[in-house]
Design a protein around this ligand. Sequence first.
Ligand code: DON
Length: 562
Amino acid sequence: MTFRTNLTAFCFILLTTVAQADIVTPKHNAVASAHPLATKAGLEILQAGGNAFDAAVTVASVLGVVEPYSAGIGGGGFWMLHQAKNNKTLMIDAREKAPAAATRDMFLNKKGAVDRDLAINTALSAGIPGQAAAMAHLAEHYGTLPLGKTLAAAIHYADTGFPANKVYLQLAKVRHSVLQRYPASKRLFLLDGAEMDIGTLIRQPGLADTLQALAKDGFAGFYKGDVAKRLVKGVQAYGGIWTEQDLADYTVVERDPIRFNYQGATIWSAPPPSSGGVALQQMFGMMSQFKYSDMNEADKTHLLIEVMRRAYRDRAEYLGDSDFVKIPLNRITSEEYLQDLSDSISMAHATPSSSLGLPKQVGSGTHTTHFSIIDKQGNQVAATLSINLPFGNGVTIEGTGVLLNNEMDDFSAKPGSPNAYGLIGSEANAIEPGKRPLSSMTPTFMEFGPKDNRQLAVIGTPGGSRIITMVFLGLLEALDQKGIQSWVDRPRFHHQFAPDVVQYEDDAFDPKLKAALEKRGHTLKSVGREYGDMHTVRWYQKNGEVEAASDKRRLGYAEISP
Ligand code: DON
């Protein structure tokens, strides 16, 4: 480490120590999530004396009911937590695990090609879910209320129904043919073909019973006993390979977040098996070699594209489940390494991805969910949860109401063969029994701002492989001291190494900027629609004020308690 970096680190410690002495706890509770019913239920739990971790269980469980297409107890996710009383920041890794009978080539057909339908639309594509275990873990170790209370709202909406909204109708249409294949899904989510409109009630009584079992018996209510037996029987009847042992063996893992500094800010984000934190650290690390804030718009955009390209290259090459593969984390996040990477950036020309080696192809996602919470004690939760594609693999197990994930498709089923997002991975992300598939989910905290106005952001979004660059762009808005709504609303663009194109929302570049980027050799490709659904909260630590914002692109809802 050079003298300069030592000095920077010293100044930084001084700055945050001074700031910590002045912290004023939040004056309000704040919740931002993808659905008003979930946000409101979370705030009610907070008002009733629960903390942010209790509210997280409530928000996640309600989202699992009212957004059956995004995340639920048939899926998994990552929960970043900050516990104020002991200043502890950690991540609960509740990512799905490959069943014990999983094999490397399980999605290959006789010709050795990946059977895409098998990999996303069947019981075989479901990993062992982590969501219910995460809720039980949160309740046991971090919350103050029993699951009977925190799951009550979800049980109510599962039992009595929730009104379909336009996102529901749109995604049920996208996955119509798959949902139709499985009788319980057809009945529950397509109402057996009856006409559905905005406001049509969707009831899930089986799911209400399963949530009751979780409320009553905690982990065992889902992973052992009746529910577990039904799940295994149902999965096997559809050709899947789960066993009761797989369920009983599932555990969440508490992991240390990726933590790094960028220009006086501290960022905590998801470690492997997510690629989010490492990619953020690499992108910010490369940026710190440039005078970003002095640049014009074209230079800034070019630089962001180039750092995205390089981080996604490393994602493809090095990242996987760190419990199974050795990730050279220290090396690929070291200052020397990131300096080398940034030295390869030309400000005049786009670097062809092929010149960086490893021709890999990557794509984008369509559903998952994120919420952000802060409570009056200063506890924080950033949770990104998923069943992968909209309505997961489309399989609902009779007698449980559990709609299964297709997260096994986040593994690299065959070197060089793209998954649903066009992602191609390396050996590091090959299928192995008990392993967790590599993810892009990036729940994140950032402490930032000038010494006399330190702020704390809780942020994240769904969006498949584009999640990481969305969070990156959102954090940059925050670092620029932009209003919180612009963190989530700002137009987005994305580069993921391969395909070697800049993907963008139509309003991201004006004609002049487009021309400037094309002149440098970038190939621009409109995504043709808006993407992402970001939800965030901010706490001003100098006076305890809080703010919350939900993405304008969807139907999310952010609220602050009085
Ligand atoms: O873990 C992942 O990276 C993916 N399963 C996330 C999928 C996703 O965000 C789809 N959403 N829009």
